[in-house]
Ligand binder design. Structure first.
Ligand code: SF4
Length: 375
């Protein structure tokens, strides 16, 4: 959702383009005043993605947004309460073929429903949507999507499960007012991912107190990691590091993330802290590097293709990622350095010798530990 004043046409379009670039398929803009509706009339024809107008309190803003040509409306049943007005909007939307999202929010639940259920319970959220839906059905309008958002993750999950069992309409997922990063991201992911994994949900929004581009980025990433959307960019995996690490994994992974993200290549890259476990544990990655003896073992799908100096690890990843994008995995495997595997094996053997339990006079070590315990 944009955070600009919708009347600021150029500023809003700039943000819409940034959101679309980060992965948003649909963008919502507020339509809270006449100037916003006039702004929408100019924004909609120039937008790269469908525009949904967000409507609270004012039925006339819904009608103005429809006139402006928006692709969808979001109505909040908690503050648009007059049945005749709701039906009027539904009729207009039906005539124009524009879908409406019934956007229930626990924080602005219809007061009657709130009282009847003793609070913003999952049942109350679903009931609010059901009441609104009944008005729509009275005028034969069924181009509907429903959301039952709450800032409590547990409430939101329960509400969507109930909505999924109650309605035969698409559901739009979200944890509302999730807050700033990183907590907001965690709450949004906990709620949305749980439901998506159960097969519930058709669209989603992260509600973060942050640049809205972060919301679009998070949504896209979530869908990609769940395998619900094809990866369009980098998936960097990195080991958490441990006492075996031969390099500052956090530094190398951060530098690699920045450099590889800029390439905009759909590739999975691994940064592993040691050559003993790294290539094997990340053998599924398209490309990876594992550190050992001041050198990096560059590998493709677990096979060592080159050994590079430690300070060239990130550059080597970038260079190889570009070549993979151009030539493909098989061609790059065929072009691997013939001596790389032997060099890597020697490094691994040396490290295992130095750090492995078997080659470290284990009996003497155990004796020393026991003697200390007895003192
Ligand atoms: S890859 Fe190596 S350094 Fe990284 S966590 Fe595993 S054992 Fe530790």
């Amino acid at each position: 959702m944009t955070t600009t004043k919708t009347a600021d046409v150029e500023g809003t379009l700039e943000q819409i383009y940034a959101l679309a670039g980060a992965g948003a398929d649909i963008v919502r803009c507020t339509c809270n005043e006449s100037a916003a509706a006039e702004g929408l009339a100019q924004i909609v024809p120039r937008s790269p993605v469908p525009i949904v107008a967000d409507i609270h309190f004012h039925v006339e803003m819904a009608l103005a947004a429809l006139e402006a040509g928006v692709h969808g409306l979001r109505l909040n049943p908690g503050n648009l309460r007059k049945p005749e007005e709701i039906k009027l909007v539904a009729r207009e939307a039906k005539d124009r073929g524009v879908p409406i999202r019934i956007g229930v929010n626990a924080g602005s639940l219809h007061p009657d429903v709130y009282e009847r259920f003793g609070g913003a319970t999952p049942e109350a959220l679903v009931e609010s949507a059901r009441v609104e839906l009944a008005y729509f059905e009275e005028v034969g309008f069924d181009d509907v999507k429903i959301s039952v958002k709450a800032s409590s993750v547990a409430t939101m999950i329960a509400a969507y499960r109930l909505a999924s069992a109650t309605f035969d309409y698409p559901l739009h997922l979200g944890v509302t007012e999730a807050g700033p990063l990183p907590g907001g991201l965690l709450k949004g992911t906990a709620g949305i991912a749980t439901l998506l994994a159960e097969g519930i949900g058709d669209t989603l929004r992260y509600s973060l107190t942050a640049n809205p581009v972060e919301e679009a980025w998070a949504g896209r990433q979530l869908l990609e990691v769940l395998g619900l959307r094809e990866r369009t960019g980098l998936d960097l995996i990195a080991c958490p590091s441990c006492g075996r690490a031969e390099v500052d994994v956090i530094k190398v992974a951060t530098e690699a993330q920045i450099a590889l993200t800029a390439l905009d290549i759909p590739i999975q890259v691994a940064v592993m802290g040691c050559v003993v476990n790294g290539p094997g544990e990340a053998r599924h990655a398209d490309l990876g590097i594992a550190a050992g003896k001041r050198r990096g073992h560059l590998f493709i799908r677990g096979q060592i293709i080159r050994v590079v100096p430690e300070d060239e690890m990130v550059d080597a990843l970038v260079e190889e990622a570009q070549k993979i994008a151009k030539e493909g995995i098989e061609a790059r495997l065929a072009a691997r350095d013939a001596s790389a595997e032997a060099e890597a094996a020697a490094d691994r053997a040396e490290l295992l010798d130095a750090k492995g339990a078997d080659a470290n006079n284990t009996t003497q070590v155990i004796d020393r530990i026991r003697r200390r315990e007895q003192q």
